[in-house]
Design a binder for this molecule. Structure first.
Ligand SMILES: Cc1cc2nc3c(=O)[nH]c(=O)nc-3n(C[C@H](O)[C@H](O)[C@H](O)COP(=O)(O)OP(=O)(O)OC[C@H]3O[C@@H](n4cnc5c(N)ncnc54)[C@H](O)[C@@H]3O)c2cc1C
Length: 391
């Protein structure tokens, strides 16, 4: 897939999303609801499984195309981005960890949007410490009975199926698909969140929910270390690109507003302190774009370094997106504080969430430091050897 293909794909996504006016997107946020028709329009355009092989009903597109889709979604609505992200993460879990039979059964349903999925890892008492989860899977005649509680699960209020993470009797972590119409399952909508308000988060109670053994995804024991980890890796790529799109939206709005708005006889852009803010925002955009593109290209090439570069991109993109949204509100003044007058108010709230989800930024920092230290110890030794003349 070349640059022209990617640019064309992004344009098509942008055209599709342009049908939703800023006022409409603001209304989703206000009503804390994502209209079914919006998800249906993405499904119809083949955007809910764009990276799935065409043999399994997907678009057969690469990681960069997926990233660009996420950038456009983020530019439109971070809530919508998060719904596509969790659905994609479940697809990724089935794609990488499912058996051939599970892939044949689930991938076409998910990729075509006939079933929408949510990713249920976090529990009331275990967030960053995912290995502590207490949901249980107890064997029964036909498979397993799943019991426990999940919290903060995006789109669980509407999803058809949840990828639930729990533990077997011997404590080994495992992942399973749990249809939301299963008896014993109760999902309560979570409202009044700081951001991602239209992502329809839910709190979940599972009381002896019976699933067939065929719904267990991945190896027993690898539920967190591989199934969740590989899905979260894709989630981080989505969030990083989503932040890139949101940064672009904040910049476009800020530049337009600062050119139009006059104070002290000059447009805001002519005030140097405002230009300084714009310079910082532009720099953040350019650096974020390069990190995101690099991570996506490594992923597309199947490079083992992709996961670390993705963590770095997610960490950088989310911290810079928070700063950029803050500056965007500052440039807009009071207008930036009103949901009915600008989008920046929403981005300011939504982008803070990106520092917490798909592994909080402290978790990314720990990972980046642990992995990066080896790289720089090695480069220091190599340099020393080269400078001392030893090969
Ligand atoms: C809008 C939204 C959507 C979400 N969607 C989903 C979803 O779809 N599915 C899902 O499973 N979860 C979801 N979550 C939950 C999210 O994944 C968790 O909030 C996240 O993993 C952090 O866990 P926690 O909130 O329990 O914070 P905690 O783990 O309690 O951490 C609290 C703070 O302490 C820091 N911290 C924790 N441990 C360390 C450490 N060792 N060193 C330094 N600092 C540390 C964290 O970085 C954080 O800043 C969502 C959350 C939000 C807000």
């Amino acid at each position: 897939m070349d640059r022209v293909d990617h640019a064309q794909h992004r344009l098509e996504v942008a055209r599709l999303l342009a049908r939703y006016s800023p006022a409409e997107v603001a209304a989703w946020d206000k009503s804390e609801t994502m209209p079914d028709a919006v998800i249906a329009s993405l499904a119809e355009a083949g955007l809910l499984g764009s990276f799935v092989d065409s043999s399994h009903g997907g678009g057969g597109r690469d990681a960069l195309s997926f990233g660009l889709l996420c950038a456009e979604l983020g530019q439109t609505s971070m809530s919508l981005l998060s719904i596509v992200t969790v659905h994609s993460m479940v697809i990724e879990a089935v794609r990488l960890s499912g058996t051939a039979q599970q892939r044949d059964e689930w991938l076409p349903l998910l990729a075509k949007g006939h079933k929408i999925a949510a990713f249920a890892l976090t529990e009331p008492d275990f967030g960053s410490e995912a290995t502590g989860i207490q949901t249980t899977l107890i064997p029964c005649d036909n498979g397993y009975r799943v019991s426990g509680a999940k919290k903060w699960i995006s789109y669980s209020v509407k999803a058809d199926v949840l990828l639930v993470f729990g533990k077997l009797e011997d404590g080994s972590p495992v992942a399973c698909l749990l249809p939301t119409d299963t008896e014993g399952l109760r999902i309560t909508a979570m409202r009044d969140l700081l951001g991602f308000r239209a992502a329809m988060l839910g709190e979940i109670e599972m009381n002896n929910c019976e699933i067939p053994a065929a719904n267990v995804i991945g190896r027993k024991g690898a539920g967190i270390s591989y199934v969740a980890a590989s899905a979260l890796d894709l989630g981080r790529l989505a969030i990083a690109f989503g932040c890139l799109g949101a940064i672009q939206a904040c910049l476009e709005d800020s530049v337009s507003y600062a050119k139009k708005r006059k104070q002290f006889g000059q447009s805001l852009v002519q005030h140097q302190l405002i230009a300084q803010m714009l310079a910082d925002m532009i720099t953040s955009f350019k650096a974020t774009e390069r990190l995101c593109m690099h991570a996506a290209q490594l992923r597309a090439a199947g490079d083992p370094l992709a996961a670390m570069e993705t963590a770095t991109a997610k960490y950088f993109a989310s911290t810079h997106a928070v700063t950029v949204a803050n500056l965007a509100v500052q440039i807009h003044g009071a207008v930036g504080c009103s949901a009915s007058e600008s989008r920046t108010e929403r981005f300011y709230r939504d982008l803070k969430i990106t520092e917490i989800i798909e592994g909080s930024n402290q978790m990314q920092q720990i990972m980046i430091a642990q992995n990066g230290m080896g790289e720089f110890l090695k480069s220091a030794l190599t340099r020393k050897r080269l400078l001392s003349g030893n090969k």
